[in-house]
Design a binder for this molecule. Structure first.
Ligand code: UDP
Ligand code: UDP
Length: 462
């Protein structure tokens, strides 16, 4: 027990999101959700990430502290403090490891804060769990993944399944989930290549070890979506999993006056709504790297499908060419800026999402009742795509040949999702799942209840 003088009637939670949009966004929702549960919140970040966070939390009473980001990391240009700004994802590991240089500053500042009940931080900042232990503060880890993907990764690794199979496309099943057929190709490097000598492999092992000492794992999902996988995590692995999502359903912040003017893509969606032309939203998250050849095939497939589409092209947009945009201008729109994806998905004319299946995108699609055309690219997206198509049945999947999705095949799948019978089935199903999601976060719902209990438990620890 802490001395009575430092006892805080409200729990005080310290949040530290990893510097990547897909990891920051859900924890900003969580910050707001914690306020709704009467906690006080202090959030750590770095100077270059600060403006985005300040803007996203501008309505809320949250203390934001920035720690200087380490300088002179080989390969990483100065000023880049987020993995979505890296020149190449091959620098990911150097970036993630360098964050540990912030530990002394983090610990110094931690000691100046009023009594901290709990630290919630990303698994990629696993050194923060060490700091928590040092100061006797319980920690909760966040990995931004579904329970399905966490459970499969765990089961595959403890059973050594990835090392048993010679060929990367030889199917195998997992002891705990015999109905799921996997291949090594469903896993990202270093597991798909069976490369235990990779430094990334050691990094992942370190994460697993660090996480197992946390008080809990916060899962951005809801129990009803994947009960078997949540139960598996709680039965077979440590720490306990707490499903508190979908975090994207947390009450939104009030829109900043400057953003209230409708941006051109929302105006365009309004026009499509008036014309009654359903729109396919196309976006591959904040980090995907798409080759010029692949980009051309996507453009061809979308154009030939004759479907209306809104395509957010982030890193490689300049390679598309003006002729393409000119040709499709009646039917399609290409956007190269950062968009408010949730707002796009929520627009009623958006009726399909060609997505890389980043977990946030999957949840946002579910909550907006939009079925998915799954095109996984990296990290655990292959597993998310399997879950979307085979387990929760809210989407279809594009097929690749020699690592490329060809225009013809994309065209057919787009038409199937937007106009076909299979598309209708998954569209019907996603509405049911969305309702379950909304129920889970209501007062009394499973996620609401889990978070309330967790806060109580943590408060009792102090
Ligand atoms: N996002 C957005 N605007 C963009 C690109 C991405 O709002 O222009 C958001 C998207 O809504 C999601 C997050 O960024 O919340 C991306 O996370 P996800 O897990 O889908 O993919 P990642 O970027 O981590 O690959
Ligand atoms: N930003 C960030 N991390 C960085 C660099 C920038 O979070 O390492 C933030 C920056 O503060 C700004 C936002 O990302 O709020 C957008 O950056 P940019 O102007 O490069 O626009 P983009 O086209 O990438 O959306």
């Amino acid at each position: 027990m802490s001395p009575l003088s430092s006892y805080n009637p409200e729990p005080h939670v310290v949040l530290f999101p990893f510097m990547a949009k897909g990891h920051i966004i859900p924890l900003l929702h969580l910050a707001r959700l914690l306020l709704d549960h009467r906690a006080t919140v202090t959030l750590f970040t770095t100077p270059a990430n600060r403006p985005y966070i300040d803007q996203s939390l501008s309505d809320d009473d949250i203390t934001i502290i920035d720690l200087p980001f380490p300088v002179n990391i080989p390969g990483i240009p100065s000023g880049i403090e987020s993995t979505d700004k890296l020149p190449s994802m091959s620098l990911f590991l150097s970036f993630a490891k360098a964050t540990k240089l912030m530990q002394p500053n983090f610990e110094n500042l931690l000691q100046t804060l009023p009594h901290v009940s709990c630290i919630i931080s990303d698994q990629f900042l696993h050194w923060t769990f060490e700091s928590a232990t040092k100061f006797g503060i319980p920690s909760l880890g966040f990995n931004g993944m579904s329970a399905y993907s966490s459970a499969i990764c765990r089961d595959a690794s403890v059973n050594g399944l990835l090392s048993l199979h010679e060929s990367p496309d030889e199917p195998f099943t997992l002891t705990s989930f015999p109905w799921i057929k996997l291949t090594r190709n469903d896993f990202d490097y270093p597991f798909n290549k069976r490369d235990p000598s990779s430094p990334l492999f050691d990094f992942i092992v370190d994460i697993y070890k660090a996480l197992s000492n946390c008080y809990g794992l916060l899962v951005n999902s809801f129990y009803e979506l994947e009960p078997l996988f949540v139960d598996y995590l709680n039965r077979e692995s440590k720490p306990k999993a707490f499903c508190v999502g979908p975090l994207c359903l947390t009450r939104p912040q009030k829109v900043e006056p400057v953003l209230q003017n409708k941006c051109r893509w929302i105006q365009w969606l309004d026009k499509k709504l008036a014309q009654g032309n359903p729109v396919l939203y196309v976006a591959f998250g904040s980090q995907a790297e798409i080759s010029p050849t692949q980009l051309t095939e996507i453009a061809g497939g979308l154009e030939e499908s004759k479907v209306s589409f809104l395509w957010v092209v982030r890193k490689s947009g300049t390679e598309l060419g003006e002729e393409f945009e000119d040709r499709i201008k009646e039917r399609g729109m290409v956007v190269k800026e950062w968009v408010d994806q949730k707002r796009i998905l929520e627009h009623e004319i958006v009726q399909g999402f060609l997505s890389h299946c980043g977990w946030n995108s999957v949840l946002e699609s579910i909550c907006s009742e939009v079925p998915i055309l799954a095109w996984p690219m990296m990290a655990e997206q292959q597993l998310n795509a399997k879950m979307v198509v085979e387990e929760i049945k809210i989407g279809l999947r594009v097929e690749s040949r020699n690592g490329i999705i060809e225009a013809e095949s994309l065209k057919n799948k787009v038409k199937e999702l937007m106009e076909g019978e299979n598309g209708n089935e998954v569209r019907k199903r996603v509405k049911e799942v969305a309702e379950a999601a909304r129920n889970s976060i209501k007062d009394g719902g499973s996620s609401w209840h889990t978070l309330s209990q967790l806060i109580k438990e943590i408060h009792l620890q102090n």
